[in-house]
Design a protein around this ligand. Structure first.
Ligand code: SAM
Length: 258
């Protein structure tokens, strides 16, 4: 892409997110590993383990919706966990994303992993703000991983999550957050604003998209503020509302639809 600085700023409000992710889709998985030194895998593993997806003894299979699912990192982990930990091969995941190019990478992976023929995973172009094709009260577990900060109107996405979840259903979000203590944050800011765009340039040939990603992290609300937004959308916060990972580089928020 050829985002000038102006356009990068624009993209934050105008929903040009789609273009950013089209341009990073093919290098997305490699870049994630490079930028986070592979730690995003540990966060995602922890996120999925903490949700323990799949049928519990005597229960039914789950209907999971992974929003901003991209190339399927969370969706595949959900299915693996349901199968290996809960012996459940019936739980299904819809991987929904606004960007067809990201989903295409996910579909390739589903093909490689033999999931495509099982009907356990499907890929759907959907905007998190509306989730048009997802019926009310139809989802047991809604996940969104490193996606919510890209959504233009976050309260609308939270409302849509609330609409599609069944009563008792769980909303779970994994996202970058604020680092503490302050000296560590200073190092982190230095790293993210200088090294990540450079890595984007060297590895993916795309500095501007990664500059945008770093800026979007900075703009996202604090852990506490986002917990309040989740509550305002009608959820009951789980515990204090969030769990910090790696000094707050990322956090997990959970809510239950009453
Ligand atoms: N969930 C995956 C993961 O954890 O690796 C992908 C995260 S990727 C950083 C962010 C994704 O959010 C992109 O695939 C992008 O297309 C998607 N996205 C951005 N805005 C969206 C929206 N309004 N609705 C649905 N998906 C959106």
């Amino acid at each position: 892409t050829h985002f000038g600085f102006q356009t990068v700023k624009e993209s934050l409000k105008a929903g040009k997110v789609a273009e950013v992710f089209s341009s990073v889709a093919s290098s997305y998985d490699v870049m994630n590993d490079a930028m986070s030194f592979g730690i995003h895998r540990l966060w995602k593993d922890h996120f999925v383990r903490s949700l323990n997806p799949g049928r519990k003894s005597g229960g039914s299979p789950m209907a999971i919706l992974d929003v901003a699912g991209g190339t399927g990192d969370i969706a595949f982990r959900m299915l693996d966990h349901a199968d290996k930990i809960n012996g459940d091969r019936e739980t299904t995941v819809i991987c929904a994303d606004i960007n067809a190019d990201m989903l295409k990478e996910g579909e390739k992976r589903a093909q490689q992993q033999g999931y495509i023929s099982t009907n356990r995973i499907s890929f759907r172009v959907e905007n998190a703000e509306t989730l048009d094709s997802i019926p009310d009260n139809s989802v047991d577990l809604y996940t969104i991983s490193f996606g919510i900060r890209n959504v233009t109107r976050i309260p609308m996405a939270l409302k849509a999550a609330h609409r599609v979840l069944k009563p008792g259903g769980v909303f779970a979000c994994l996202e970058f957050s604020k680092v503490s203590p302050a000296p560590l944050d200073a190092i982190y800011q230095q790293y993210s604003f200088s090294i990540i765009p450079l890595m984007g340039q060297l590895i993916a040939g795309d500095r501007d998209s990664y500059q945008y990603l770093v800026e979007s992290i900075k703009k996202f609300p604090t852990q506490q503020e986002f917990a309040v937004m989740i509550k305002e959308a009608g959820f009951m916060n789980v515990g204090k509302g969030y769990e910090e990972l790696t000094f707050g580089v990322a956090s997990i928020w959970k809510g239950v639809k009453p």
